[in-house]
Design a binder for this molecule. Structure first.
Ligand SMILES: Cc1cc2nc3c(=O)[nH]c(=O)nc-3n(C[C@H](O)[C@H](O)[C@H](O)COP(=O)(O)O)c2cc1C
Length: 370
């Protein structure tokens, strides 16, 4: 039977040759918000993996919106030129559909990189004042964020718009709005981080208001012929937090604003969440949104086996899968999955002879001379 994972998918005006996408992955390797050689190598490698779409990592729309001082940004001409170099490199080696995740880290900004201990920076390490919907620290030991005023929100919306314009100038196919994992927009959405008493807190309609304002502003700033998507939470995995029912309503509202796809992730708003980690643990969130909202929906989270990915697509639970760790472990995952599922992978012509289909029977690859 034909693999459904390797059937085409239309998002916005573009046709993807298969349903395997590269999830955004922070590399904590930028300098003053500018991507460099590490990004060229890392993203270049994933761009020739056979995946059909690649989301570049969470990119701060302001300097203080970065998770760490080593995260990329898209707030300066230098950042734009640096990302342009990476994007041009990728374009030179791969037809992959390419976009960037625009983000603000909210109360989780001003942190250490994971391999330097996570946790907040202290003053001597260049800590900065974080922003959030409410002045609630992430957890004990974290600083209280500044509660955003209306003027702060307007300024940040303008920064998202500027970053979307920069992404458009770079020639990216799409931008993705980061509204999960406890960063700023998911802090607005979650009752655990948003205790506002104005029209941006309280009811779901109020909590969604600012993220939807940002989405609308980005959508109108990014060229109409290119698409804008979002990564959203299916759950906070915590008592009193964001729920799958709310995710369905938020996805529906995003769709009404012209959102081309959503990827359903979750967690990160509080550090003591009880996340039921296991293969495909967030797939049910995607399944609900796909069925109830009827928009292009991605599934993410511990998808690592080709048959598992195939059954998610064939079973109608999601339109595409988004892979992070499995692609770090094996950057040829899509090509290997095609072999496992008897499908056609996308190979760069230079690598076509790596496809076992072309290996002569009984011969070991590499032993055939030219
Ligand atoms: C190294 C690394 C960096 C990540 N950075 C981001 C990011 O920039 N934006 C984001 O939305 N998710 C980020 N994530 C989460 C992944 O995109 C994905 O949602 C999560 O890892 C679950 O998928 P997986 O089981 O395939 O790894 C990151 C994950 C990893 C492993």
């Amino acid at each position: 039977m034909t693999s459904q994972l390797f059937t085409p998918l239309r998002i916005g005006g573009l046709e993807l040759p298969n349903r395997i996408t590269v999830a955004p992955m922070c590399q904590y390797s930028a300098v003053d918000g500018s991507m460099g050689d590490w990004h060229t190598m890392h993203l270049g490698s994933l761009a020739i993996s056979g995946a059909s779409m690649l989301v570049m990592e969470a990119t701060g729309v302001t300097p203080e919106g970065r998770i760490t001082p080593h995260c990329p940004g898209l707030y300066s001409d230098a950042n734009e030129a640096a990302m342009q170099r990476v994007a041009d490199f990728i374009r030179g080696v791969s037809p992959i559909v390419l976009g960037v995740q625009l983000a603000h880290a909210g109360r989780k900004a001003s942190s250490h990189r994971p391999w330097q201990g996570h946790g907040p920076l202290n003053a001597g390490e260049g800590a900065w004042q974080t922003l959030a919907p409410s002045p609630l620290p992430l957890a004990a030991g974290w600083p209280a964020p500044h509660e955003m005023s209306r003027a702060d929100m307007d300024a940040l919306t303008a920064a998202f718009v500027q970053a979307a314009r920069r992404a458009a100038r770079i020639g990216l196919d799409f931008v993705e709005l980061h509204s999960t994992h406890g960063y700023l927009l998911s802090e607005f959405l979650s009752p655990l981080a948003n205790r506002r008493s104005d029209e941006y807190g309280g009811s779901l309609e109020n909590r969604m208001r600012y993220p939807l304002e940002v989405f609308r502003a980005i959508r109108s700033a990014f060229p109409a012929g290119r698409f804008v998507g979002a990564k959203i939470s299916g759950s906070d995995f915590a008592e009193g937090g964001w729920t799958p029912d709310e995710a369905v309503i938020y996805a529906r509202a995003l769709k009404a604003e012209g959102c081309a796809y959503v990827t359903l992730s979750g967690g990160g708003v509080v550090l003591d969440a009880k996340i039921p980690l296991g293969p495909g643990y967030q797939v049910p969130f995607a399944e609900r949104v796909k069925k109830e909202v009827g928009m292009v929906t991605g599934a993410v989270g511990l998808i690592s086996d080709p048959q598992q990915a195939e059954s998610i697509i064939a079973g109608g639970q999601a339109d595409f899968v988004s892979l992070a760790r499995a692609l770090l472990f094996n950057p040829r995952w899509p090509q290997h999955a095609a072999v496992a599922l008897g499908a056609e992978a996308v190979w760069p012509p230079q690598y076509e002879r790596g496809s076992p289909k072309l290996w002569p029977p009984g011969r070991v690859a590499g032993s055939t001379g030219r």
